[in-house]
Design a protein around this ligand. Structure first.
Ligand SMILES: *[C@@H]1O[C@H](CO)[C@@H](O)[C@H](O)[C@H]1NC(C)=O
Ligand SMILES: *[C@@H]1O[C@H](CO)[C@@H](O)[C@H](O)[C@H]1NC(C)=O
Ligand SMILES: *[C@@H]1O[C@H](CO)[C@@H](O)[C@H](O)[C@H]1NC(C)=O
Ligand SMILES: *[C@@H]1O[C@H](CO)[C@@H](O)[C@H](O)[C@H]1NC(C)=O
Ligand SMILES: [Zn+2]
Length: 657
């Protein structure tokens, strides 16, 4: 049995930065100048009048060399039937074939030398993430090796600007101090880069090679430099587990190369969770591949945004009448419309407004509407996260990928709830998704017990969130064999789920139980049809949406509707990793190691869970009092440390087409 922890100790825990995590992707990406092929350079170089800047209009003329044909109808709901497309580039026809994406990783020389076990953790997580993503996406492959570009603004001291000169836009003189290309602090090896040359005369073909073409990377559509390091960004905020950015794109804007930094501390921590790291890497990878606000304007199909009478500067995100920022992209829109079962045809998908820059949105879905999606800013524990159809549609709307929708996972959150689901004004009514107050109940997937809480992404809406310790009904280790567990007939078992219940064993009838989340076994008898078993009871039919009595108990158990035996992919994780003992001795009495390490994720934000508040040792009143106390403390804490809510400086767009 756990002793009631000293409140001071709790405060100490609250202050521990580990508890907070954040996705710093937007912040990182906005600091990167993305390189695209030379045809789309941003000319900023000024040497003399003859080599003056090219106006945007003239750049456009130049761009007409690349014509893309067959683009619009090449993307269909599943992988398209049309598996190739033709491009005319500089008069030469290039055939591109649609095939599963090949993501290659490369360990840059800056990467720390990892002990074997850490390296195994990293490799296993990255390779599982890549295997998941490669099943989801296909690209139009170019049948050659991948070679990255060099930045002409770096290797060149001046560029010929005279349009009638033969060497127009070519490098006239090499820069003396040019070494190589880098991306997010990672050196790109020469073998991955195209060569470069200078043309000393504006009209003559003589050239001097500065760097030879590298050998390139065969069988590669996207190159990811993966490095495990304890960088300044990791150290500045220990809740950051990983971050990423893309640095190079092809002529159509598709990211070709990026960097993913995995912070050393969480990787080496004893509470490391493989599933959690995999999801984090997938999340970051999807950002790199195109789920990025810096890239929305490069997505190919802007018909929906322009239908709305919006200007056509490639802007895809607009505020709706309630101030919610929404992404207007056709397949995303359709997927959300289907998910919410609404007749609204131009709903647009809501984007997270927390951690946003001056534009008011971030590269994440709004947590109130798409809770549980892999692309929300805060990932809960692994079995509660899905790679959902709305996210897959976003990747499809980039125009760079064909998405195999049959790999999409079911998102129960908000299903069939209509267009206004999750708005700040409707969530204050208790429903099967949102709760009010701060009592105990069940997480909406019913795998965990939960406590009714809000967080900064929910903007006042409250949901039942799992406790950090001991709330998984499916974990047999959570059984303590004492307290309410006994008199409420709980069973912790792989097939146990959470039920709202106030049953009490008849021989404990002096107790007065309030409704709370309790773990009982369940077994499916059909779709949305199931039976439950309470300690000592037979299997009982539990009609969805109704409540049942249990022989030998007072009170009732409520049977959730369309939650259990509804979707097969909503289940406990298949591989359960045994947690190791905690690093900090005083923590062991309070929470599992998970408390420190599974929660603070990669670029993902985590909230604090009062795991240590076990009903078995406290009255409900006491729990509520402590929650209230902690709640107020957290408010004070946040007020004292306003820097937690970052305000981004105005940053110019750094991507150029
Ligand atoms: C999509 O995924 C499903 C399930 O793995 C697979 O059977 C199907 O062949 C895939 N479709 C394509 C076009 O690859
Ligand atoms: C541009 O190049 C053409 C052809 O080489 C030359 O006749 C012309 O004088 C040049 N113009 C300038 C402004 O240098
Ligand atoms: C979707 O909405 C329609 C109209 O409101 C309703 O008839 C239908 O039952 C809903 N579908 C589901 C699966 O809830
Ligand atoms: C909660 O954490 C403590 C310390 O790690 C552990 O001893 C206890 O068994 C956990 N409780 C449950 C229900 O898992
Ligand atoms: Zn993110």
């Amino acid at each position: 049995m756990m002793a009631f922890p000293n409140p001071l100790l709790l405060l100490l825990l609250l202050l521990m930065p580990h508890i907070w995590g954040k996705c710093i992707f937007d912040e990182v990406q906005s600091s990167i100048r993305v390189l695209s092929p030379p045809s789309s350079f941003n000319w900023t170089f000024k040497e003399d009048d003859a080599k003056r800047e090219v106006s945007p209009k003239r750049q456009e003329d130049w761009l007409t060399h690349v014509q893309i044909q067959d683009h619009q109808n090449a993307i269909s709901q599943d992988f398209p039937h049309e598996r190739s497309k033709r491009m005319i580039r500089d008069g030469t026809e290039v055939i591109k074939k649609l095939q599963p994406i090949r993501i290659k990783t490369w360990t840059p020389r800056e990467s720390a030398v990892l002990p074997q076990w850490e390296k195994e953790r990293l490799d296993a997580a990255v390779s599982d993430a890549i295997s998941t993503v490669s099943k989801l996406l296909a690209v139009w492959r170019v049948s050659s090796t991948l070679l990255l570009h060099r930045d002409i603004n770096k290797y060149c001291r001046f560029i010929w600007r005279n349009r009638s000169a033969a060497n127009f836009n070519k490098c006239g003189r090499a820069s003396d101090n040019y070494r190589t290309e880098s991306c997010l602090g990672v050196t790109i090896p020469d073998e991955h880069l195209r060569g470069c040359a200078v043309y000393p005369h504006p009209d003559q073909p003589d050239l001097k090679v500065i760097k030879q073409d590298g050998t390139g990377l065969p069988d590669t559509d996207v190159l990811l430099y993966v490095t495990a390091q304890s960088t300044d960004k990791c150290r500045a905020d220990s809740s950051v587990l990983a971050y990423s950015a893309h640095c190079q794109s092809d002529s159509e804007g598709r990211p070709l190369a990026g960097v993913m930094v995995i912070c050393r501390e969480p990787l080496s921590s004893e509470g490391f969770s493989h599933e959690h790291m995999v999801q984090t890497v997938i999340h970051e990878m999807l950002h790199v591949l195109g789920f990025s606000k810096e890239l929305f304007s490069k997505w190919t199909d802007r018909s929906l945004a322009s239908q709305r009478g919006m200007d056509s500067n490639g802007q895809m995100v607009y505020s709706d009448e309630f101030g919610q920022m929404r992404l207007y992209s056709p397949n995303v829109n359709k997927a959300l419309q289907k998910h919410l079962n609404t007749s609204h045809t131009d709903l647009g998908a809501p984007l997270e407004n927390q951690d946003a820059d001056f534009r008011g949105f971030s590269s994440h879905w709004e947590a109130r509407v798409l809770q549980g999606s892999i692309m929300t800013a805060m990932l809960p524990e692994p079995p509660l996260v899905q790679i959902d159809a709305v996210t897959l549609s976003a990747l499809q709307d980039t125009g760079w990928y064909a998405v195999n929708q049959s790999h999409g996972q079911n998102l129960l959150w908000g299903e069939n709830e209509g267009a206004f689901f999750g708005s700040v004004s409707t969530c204050i009514r208790a429903s099967s998704f949102f709760c009010t107050g701060s009592g105990f109940g069940c997480h909406y997937l019913h795998l965990h017990k939960g406590v009714c809480q809000s967080d900064q992404y929910l903007e006042g809406c409250r949901i039942y969130k799992p406790l950090t310790n001991g709330s998984e009904c499916w974990k047999e280790e959570n059984e303590t064999g004492s307290g309410p567990e006994v008199w409420s007939g709980e069973i912790f078992h792989l097939d146990s789920r959470c039920f709202l219940s106030n049953i009490i064993k008849e021989d404990h009838s002096s107790l007065n139980a309030s409704l709370s989340g309790r773990c009982y076994r369940h077994r499916c008898t059909g779709r949305n049809r199931y039976q439950i078993q309470v300690r000592g009871s037979d299997w009982l039919n539990c009609p969805p949406g109704r409540s049942i009595k249990v022989f030998g108990y007072h009170g009732a158990v409520f049977c959730p509707d369309k939650r259990l035996c509804h979707y097969q992919d909503i289940a406990p994780p298949t591989s359960l990793h045994k947690p190791l003992p905690s690093l900090l001795p005083f923590m062991t009495s309070l929470s599992r190691d998970q408390f420190l390490t599974e929660k603070p994720t990669t670029g993902l934000r985590f909230d604090f869970d009062p795991s240590f508040l076990k009903t078995s040792v406290m009255t409900t009143m006491g729990v509520i009092a402590v929650l209230f106390f902690l709640g107020s403390f957290m408010i004070i804490y946040r007020k004292c440390y306003p820097s937690r809510h970052r305000v981004h400086a105005l940053l110019p767009y750094t991507i150029h087409v």
